[in-house]
Design a protein around this ligand. Structure first.
Ligand code: TEU
Length: 586
């Protein structure tokens, strides 16, 4: 009996080293996903209890944000023991159960690798800070006070760089009379990757996790690990204050060397894995180098072009609304740049970014339409799509009323610094309401019961009151719901190789608010058209090549034939795709 063509197709994909081109990744931020023991914080057994939700959605990989031992200064991105699970989230045995249960469903597990820095409570740092001649002193970046300044006083910091989390990147340490470097919070000292002992210890830990059954890593700010070792001052900003030191630590001189060494030491000889580097500030040229399979560095990277578009001149917390077409232009730039040997991670949401339907869509007048339009144009591009927990049901930004509602260190530090600079609480809170990372960290809205079914206790961060309207339970099995649309668009990647393997070409549809592109693989052609605005818009252009194409997805009521559908103005946030295929599995 000849094997079914679909089976052959799937087994061919399973054997491919780049299987992740056909995969969809789901990110779980454990503390906000599902609580199983009533302490108000999500945990691993809670994730285990919701695996069928992920399987039903059709995702292939589960990326777990950090679950390691941590003092939680940055919600776990400050690790104090890389080889143990924090009791807040459970135990190593719980993690082993989760890995087994995920694998039983054909879902791979990716761990969050945070090795640009550790917690200041990690034994490595405790030793390093104990004395200047401790064997681990050089595992971190220590520098004496700037000459001519009293140690520990303003101006004595070794460089003028600003931290991602406000203030200086240097923390004075009285015990040994030196400063240590922390690009993020002062409780997150940067590891010194120049030291081969550090690199060896990281690679050994990574192998330990792979041997335990995990299937890869999301590598936190991995493009910051190589610094310009002289650690020079950056040009002083005209208005004074801290300077942007990123030229001396983003994409540093030995970064590719370190990544290739990591690949040799950790991944060589293993198969079926996936690696994604989080690379803030990465350029398209750099991303091409990171993701070129011939260089054996990482499979893909998270770039920050589109999630920086709305940062106003005053920075992230002074955002602006995007002009029609800006988001599509950014995506097109990256699709074109990585078209041949590169590979894109496709995302709009994660635990650091405000909710996309609120930020890039229209969560008031066109909540469902804009959430599903954004999903359509994202998932059908060339690259590996990432779904962040709650994105699949269109969770929105939260109505934070005052500073007491916030938990995120980045937001709290920003608030303190802004008020110290003379900004008003109201003005500062307005920017935070739009852009705080806490918007993405409110508990997942499973149903309309107390605390949205997330916990039987008091949630660590308030549940969005709109859980009464927006929840998994309210959308599961409901035609046209955001959840069912995500399930359908994910299935398109699995069912049609043109989505995973096809080329990408932007199409001119006249109006910049219309994002139109086509994907081509042999005889398979996919046309995607979306009105990414809250007004009706005309799509112009020659779509006759798709006259006989079959519509495979739409988020609003549209004529089935593309020429009929585009003969009339596209409704606000209307999005659809048509497939013209010579492939039997159409
Ligand atoms: O984020 C790095 C990073 O670039 C973010 O800090 C981003 O710039 C900022 O949040 C946007 O406002 C990674 C993790 O994803 C983040 O959660 C951690 O706080 C950070 O690294 C430090 O580990």
């Amino acid at each position: 009996m000849p094997r079914d063509a679909a089976d052959d197709r799937l087994s061919a994909w399973a054997a491919r080293p780049d299987w992740w081109r056909r995969a969809v990744v789901y990110q779980v931020y454990p503390r906000s996903f599902q609580d199983s023991d009533g302490d108000g914080v999500g945990d691993l057994r809670g994730v285990l209890s919701r695996l069928d939700h992920l399987a039903d959605l059709g995702v292939d990989v589960l990326w777990l944000s950090p679950i390691y031992r941590s003092p939680h200064a940055d919600n776990g991105y400050d690790i104090s023991d890389y080889r143990d699970v924090d009791p807040l989230f459970g135990t190593l045995a719980d993690l082993d159960d989760l890995i087994a249960a995920a694998h039983a469903r054909g879902i791979r597990i990716v761990m969050d690798l945070v090795v640009n820095h550790t917690s200041d409570e990690h034994p490595w740092f405790v030793e390093s800070r104990s004395s200047r001649d401790n064997p681990k002193r050089d595992w971190y970046w220590w520098r004496p006070p700037r000459p001519g300044h009293d140690p520990g006083t303003p101006g004595a910091e070794p460089t003028n760089w600003e931290s991602f989390f406000s203030g200086s990147v240097w923390q004075w340490d009285e015990t040994t009379g030196e400063y240590y470097l922390h690009l993020f919070d002062r409780k997150q000292p940067d590891l010194n990757w120049e030291n081969p002992e550090v690199r060896r210890a990281v690679y050994e830990m990574m192998r330990w996790w792979l041997d335990r059954g995990v299937d890869g890593f999301r590598m936190d700010v991995i493009n910051l690990i190589s610094k310009v070792v002289d650690l020079p001052d950056a040009p002083a900003p005209p208005g004074g204050g801290w300077a942007d030191g990123s030229a001396f630590y983003v994409g540093g001189p030995r970064l590719h060397e370190f990544l290739q060494e990591m690949h040799r030491e950790v991944f060589a000889g293993r198969s079926g894995l996936i690696t994604v580097g989080e690379t803030p500030g990465v350029t398209t040229a750099e991303a091409l180098l990171f993701t070129d399979p011939a260089r054996a560095e990482v499979d893909m990277v998270f770039q920050f072009d589109h999630v920086g578009l709305d940062h106003g001149p005053g920075g992230k917390f002074a955002p602006r609304r995007l002009e029609p077409g800006e988001l599509a232009a950014s995506f097109t730039r990256w699709q074109d740049a990585l078209a041949d040997t590169g590979w894109n991670s496709l995302y709009l949401a994660n635990h650091d970014q405000a909710r996309p339907v609120s930020r890039f869509g229209d969560d008031e007048r066109y909540w469902r339409e804009s959430a599903t339009a954004l999903a359509t144009i994202l998932h059908l591009q060339r690259g590996t799509p990432y779904v962040y927990q709650g994105e699949e049901i269109g969770m929105t930004n939260a109505p934070f009323a005052d500073i007491d509602a916030y938990r995120d260190v980045e937001s709290l530090n920003h608030y303190a610094e802004a008020l110290a600079r003379g900004s008003s609480p109201d003005e500062t809170l307005r920017g935070m309401a739009a852009m705080s990372r806490d918007n993405a960290r409110t508990p997942v809205q499973w149903d309309a019961t107390a605390h949205a079914g997330f916990t039987t206790g008091e949630p660590w961060l308030a549940v969005n009151p709109n859980a009464a309207r927006i929840s998994v339970a309210a959308q599961r099995g409901v035609d046209g719901s955001v959840l069912e649309h995500y399930r359908a668009v994910i299935a398109l990647r699995h069912d049609h190789d043109v989505v995973a393997d096809g080329t990408f070409s932007r199409l001119d549809a006249g109006d910049p608010a219309i994002f139109a592109y086509e994907r081509v693989l042999g005889t398979e052609r996919l046309l995607v058209v979306a009105n990414l605005s809250s007004e009706p818009r005309d799509a112009t252009g020659d779509f006759s090549a798709y006259a006989e194409a079959v519509r495979v997805i739409a988020n609003v009521d549209l004529p089935g034939r593309v020429l009929d559908a585009l003969a009339q103005p596209l409704a606000p946030w209307a999005a659809a795709a048509w497939l013209s295929s010579g492939d039997a599995n159409a």
